[in-house]
Design a protein around this ligand. Structure first.
Ligand code: GLC
Length: 755
């Protein structure tokens, strides 16, 4: 039986149980839910706050610098992470060391596991896998002594050239929020605080510290804030990280609407709002707006000698002490800030079981999981038969291959990963040593390559074939070799990093990425395709890529940044030992000019979301622009058919869509069956929105009945008059298919009452 994923399960269930108890009055047969663990956590925290001095309270609400940058002075137990907050031993309050952990623990000198990037995890569409992903990272964080992981980025891909696209979960709020919540639950199950970030509308790196995202209320609520709403309500992360940018004129980390009205009052968030590192811009305004923790802060803010002090600032140390003394920050607000931190430490289990440093990472377990994620997140974009042949080019059959040419992408030594705080160090050294890191650049420069060589893994799959490698610098030589081979496999790479946006979605050449590229990748692929009998392109990237050569190649496999077992996973997928089952979490456009924001301005600090609700596939649908590959698209080595759709609603307006998926092919495979909703006409909504899905494992010939329940809330629009969600009456279309643009999708109309 497949797994159904939609929002609201936890909420609906809890409400149902509570309603049942209320309706039935006290009923001995019905076990009352256990005492709310949050209440207990709050009570313990309040008792601690009551014993703390003002100085101790102040100490709890700011970091002391950034150990990994050597910014600040730290005791030996501070570890090498992104933040260190000392404990208060007389009260049994443990220290809190935090580390970045987007796709693995970002610390040096530890044998941590670099998992496939979060965008790859999103491509699996599997919250169970996301839960395991969060768990794996947390196990390694805690083994090293970290109490908090700064990993859960859910900023939406409004701008796919964003240099942090690899760190996030794509363009849809329901997919991003659901996958984030599952990851958070996994992380916190290991007694590690999870963060969700960057709150909010931090959707490009250009001018990130000063730009003003200008977004209308309805767009805000129905797009990126919906991802956060799902992530916060269903994942219950201990921390929410507010972002660098302004939102509608006010910095996110001192924005009362974001931090208090929406997050704390409407959503009931009881954890900690922590600033991004250097995103605090004031003391009183930010505290009163709802900021609870300044990062990285400074232990001694009289020492302003470091240039990083100017970047990071310090507002919650002596300035906060002065504000509390002056009464401009009421003591009750300071108490609330400390209460939030302490109740989170209690709720997640750190207060009673602080992590200890120095454990040994289980690398075998980490590698096995990294391989599993890479196999389940790769997306097969094209798989055609060469002219005159019956059989599609993939999977490769070793028995039929006597010569294979592998070309480019440093496939002889490793696989690519992204840069910045979302990176994970290459623990056995960078597989590519030819790059010289430009001096003094905080971001940009040399890419990270993990020593997981696709070439070696391909050779192992075809021991009787002659397998040669060409590095791609000589396109003619590679093309001529491809002409003589049974198949050519070209690796194409797109490096991206925090701090920079991509100049284009075009595959970078030595001008676009001088540090990491030495030739024109598109020209290489075109040259090989012109001569090869069979040619497959393997992509290693964090954002979509343009493919001017698509019509001339037979296969395209999207492997994202595939992590520390990426070479093996790519070979497993190419040779069919794993069947691709990923689906795109982000649209691939045909050209940059098809994007809602064709150009990212380097000078205009007003980032206007003039496209409104039309983010991602919503844009292409509404503008009737054909994407290169649509959101939700992905092929398999088998094929699936959809039949017998039906839809019905219960008394509360929750909709259940049923249909059958059949594996019509000759091998087992997994299918992500998606359900979209077309809202009633006249509401100003995009043509459709994702409302649910189910990932199915099907044997050959197996027909699986599918039932996807969609909570009424999933069909809501944001009413800007009443500043609330609204369920509109009218005729809804429910669409079940293999992607957001499946020509064979099934549709069923259903009239629903307004609420
Ligand atoms: C940053 C990033 C944030 C990261 C933090 C600590 O610049 O925006 O994602 O967690 O600093 O490294």
């Amino acid at each position: 039986m497949g797994r159904t994923y939609f929002r609201g399960t936890a909420i609906a269930t809890a409400c149902a149980v509570a309603a049942l108890i209320a309706a039935c009055g006290h009923n001995d047969d019905l076990q009352a839910p256990p005492a709310d663990p949050d209440t207990a956590a709050d009570q313990r925290a309040a008792a601690l706050v009551a014993q703390m001095t003002t100085a101790e309270k102040i100490q709890m609400v700011h970091g002391t610098g950034m150990p990994t940058l050597g910014y600040g002075t730290f005791p030996a137990d501070a570890l090498s992470g992104a933040s260190y907050i000392p404990g208060i031993s007389r009260l049994g309050i443990p220290k809190v060391s935090s580390a970045d952990s987007a796709g693995g623990v970002n610390v040096n000198n530890a044998r941590v596991t670099a998992l496939p990037a979060p965008v790859a995890l999103a491509a699996s569409w599997d919250p169970v896998l996301a839960n395991e992903y969060g768990t794996r990272i947390a196990v390694e964080l805690r083994t090293l002594g970290y109490a908090e992981g700064l990993g859960g980025g859910v900023n939406l891909a409004r701008e796919p050239r964003d240099g942090r696209t690899f760190e996030y979960m794509g363009e849809d709020p329901v997919l991003s929020g659901t996958m984030s919540a599952a990851r958070t639950v996994g992380t916190q199950s290991q007694k590690v605080i999870a963060t969700i970030k960057h709150y909010a509308m931090n959707d490009q790196e250009t001018n990130r510290n000063t730009a003003d995202s200008q977004v209308d209320e309805r767009t805000l609520r129905e797009t990126e804030l919906l991802a956060f709403e799902i992530g916060v309500k269903e994942g219950q992360p201990g921390s929410v990280m507010c972002s660098y940018n302004k939102l509608n004129g006010t910095y996110a980390c001192e924005n009362p609407y974001l931090l208090t009205d929406v997050l704390k009052t409407e959503w009931g968030f009881k954890g900690v709002v922590q600033s991004d590192w250097g995103a605090t811009h004031s003391t009183v305004p930010s505290v009163l707006a709802g900021l609870d923790e300044e990062q990285p802060g400074a232990a001694d803010d009289s020492n302003t000698s470091s240039p990083l002090f100017a970047y990071f600032g310090s507002y919650f140390n002596t300035k906060l002490q002065a504000a509390v003394a002056a009464g401009t920050v009421p003591i009750v607000r300071l108490n609330d800030m400390v209460q939030r931190k302490l109740r989170t430490l209690v709720r997640i289990g750190i207060m009673d079981s602080p992590p200890t440093a120095g454990g040994a990472i289980d690398e075998a377990a980490g590698n096995a999981f990294a391989l599993k994620v890479a196999q389940q997140s790769a997306v097969l974009l094209k798989n055609a038969a060469p002219a005159g042949a019956q059989q599609a080019v993939l999977p490769l059959a070793a028995a039929n291959l006597s010569s294979i040419v592998v070309i480019g992408g440093h496939a002889d030594v490793g696989v690519l990963s992204g840069g910045g705080s979302g990176a994970v160090p290459a623990i056995d050294g960078n597989a590519v040593s030819s790059c010289q890191q430009p001096a003094g650049q905080l971001f940009g420069g040399c890419a990270t390559w993990y020593k997981s060589a696709p070439l070696a893994a391909i050779k192992a799959k075809a021991p009787n074939a002659s397998v040669s490698y060409f590095d791609g610098n000589d396109a003619n030589a590679a093309a001529n070799a491809a002409a003589q081979a049974d198949v050519a496999i070209v690796f194409a790479t797109q490096w991206q990093t925090e701090g920079l946006d991509l100049p284009s979605l075009s595959l970078p050449d030595n001008k676009a990425d001088a540090s990491n590229q030495t030739y024109d990748q598109n020209a290489l692929i075109a040259a090989v395709a012109a001569k090869a009998k069979r040619v497959v392109v393997v992509l290693e990237n964090g954002s979509p890529v343009l493919m001017p050569w698509l019509g001339n190649v037979h296969g395209v496999l999207e492997s994202w940044y595939p992590g520390v077992q990426g070479g093996q996973a790519i070979a497993d997928l190419l040779f069919g030992d794993a069947n691709p089952s990923g689906k795109l979490p982000i649209s691939f456009p045909k050209q940059d000019s098809d994007l809602p924001q064709p150009v990212i301005s380097a000078t205009d600090l007003s980032v206007k979301y003039s496209e409104g609700l039309l983010m991602g596939y919503r844009w292409y649908d509404a503008q009737q622009i054909e994407p290169l590959f649509p959101f939700g698209f992905g092929l398999s080595y088998t094929n699936f058919a959809y039949s017998n759709i039906n839809a019905s609603a219960d008394g509360a307006g929750n909709v259940t869509v049923t249909f059958t998926v059949t594996n019509n092919g000759a091998r087992a495979g997994e299918e992500v069956a998606q359900v979209y909703a077309a809202l009633p006409a006249g509401l100003g909504e995009p043509p459709k929105r994702l409302v649910g899905w189910q990932k199915l494992a099907l044997q050959p010939g197996q027909a699986q009945p599918v039932s996807v329940t969609i909570p009424a809330q999933r069909l809501a629009t944001w009413d800007v008059t009443n500043h609330a969600w609204k369920i509109n009456g009218g005729s809804y279309g429910f669409i079940a298919g293999a992607s957001s643009r499946d020509a064979n999708a099934l549709t069923k109309s259903l009239s629903l009452a307004g609420r």
